[in-house]
Write a protein that binds this ligand. Structure first.
Ligand code: C5P
Length: 233
């Protein structure tokens, strides 16, 4: 299971980043840089993870007009990323331009293109939250529509809740990455997450990767926390 765990490094200093990398890089292959770390430390955070010879999933969730997303995708493709993401709700035009930007820049640099994921519905949102933003469908129906649109727009996969993995897999098929945050070991604090599952449930449902932050990074002993996650049922 360890190969399927992406650790979210949601910290805001280089010192804290290096502390976690010292502890976790012997065990984890891919690290996620989200908004907190990127807006605090900038591209240097990505550089440091790459110095540890580890891969980066840059989670900035682009959601803007197609032209802005196109040039931003080009800019971040220069970092040599494993993966990044955009919101599916930005529309097909925006997703296609994200792909175009990353493709053009990677080709120019002679490197492989980062995989691009579409964020469906945040795992912190439940049906009541969806209704408040004008979506009067079940979260299942809405997520499946968005996953289909991401696939049609050429993206490599989606970010979704572990509870939706089985449906997405059935609907879209094998050749599509499904990455799930909202993972909590049985008995752990939910924090702000709502549509959650345990690591084993998410993997058994067919997730390619699970993203975990606080249950590992906030643990007194992150390696011990990781071990008990890997060995949990
Ligand atoms: O600490 P925790 O395990 O909740 O961290 C989950 C990580 O995944 C956070 O960095 C959060 O920004 C990110 N994420 C999420 N839901 C999404 C996409 C990303 O929780 N739909």
């Amino acid at each position: 299971m360890t190969n399927k765990i992406i650790v979210a490094l949601d910290v805001n200093t280089i010192k804290e980043l290096e502390r976690l990398l010292d502890i976790l890089s012997p065990h984890i292959k891919i690290f996620k840089v989200g908004m907190e770390l990127f807006y605090s430390c900038g591209p240097k955070a990505v550089e440091i993870i790459k110095k540890y010879d580890r891969e980066v999933f840059l989670d900035l969730k682009f959601f803007d007009i197609p032209n802005t997303v196109y040039s931003s995708s080009k800019a971040i493709a220069r970092f040599g990323l494993f993966m990044f993401n955009v919101h599916v709700q930005g529309g097909a035009g925006m997703m296609k331009m994200a792909l175009k930007g990353a493709e053009e820049e990677s080709e120019k640099l002679g490197v492989s293109r980062p995989r691009i994921l579409g964020v469906t519905v945040l795992t912190s949102m439940d049906e009541q939250d969806l209704q408040q933003v004008g979506i009067n469908k079940s979260s299942k129906e809405h997520v499946l529509n968005l996953a289909r649109l991401a696939k049609q727009s050429g993206l490599d996969g989606v970010v979704a809740s572990p509870r939706e993995v089985r449906w997405i897999r059935k609907e879209i098929g094998k050749d599509f990455l499904i990455v799930t945050p909202g993972i909590r070991p049985a008995g752990d604090a939910k924090g702000d997450q709502k549509r959650i599952a345990t690591p084993r449930e998410a993997i058994n449902a067919g997730a390619d990767y699970i993203v975990m932050g606080r249950p590992i990074t906030k643990a007194k002993d992150p390696v011990k926390a990781l071990d008990s996650i890997v060995n949990s049922e």
